[in-house]
Design a binder for this molecule. Sequence first.
Ligand code: FES
Length: 146
Amino acid sequence: MERRDFIKDCGILCVGAVGLSALLQGCSTSNYFAKTVVDTKRISVKKSEFTFTDGEKIKERKYVLVRIAQSEFPICLYKHSESEYSALLMYCPHKGCELLAQGEYLVCPCHGSEFTNKGKVLNPPADQDLQQFKTTVDNENIYIQF
Ligand code: FES
């Protein structure tokens, strides 16, 4: 291998490593399971669970994931504004696969159905919207009602 080709290959490898690192960092922050407080009728999630620090910058998550004892499937809690949230069960109504959260959408890895961040079917084969839980808020918390 000539010196020029070696330098070129190393440059491509470095750019790829930086890109992969950024991609993995994005995944780790986007699939964050929130700390919760559970009582008999609701789950509480602190609004502060939607923020995190990246170095010295404060960033905001579009959603957090919430585990619930009543289901093997988590809830994806999307933030639309300070007072509006959607709590969606990550269960695909087509054949029951667990959905993946990808930005503003939920995607089914089994047959490709897609849903909006408010649980509406965007692409088939699923033909039903996602199960959604009522949410309420106060100054500090979001409450997911059962
Ligand atoms: S189980 Fe989700 S699209 Fe089929």
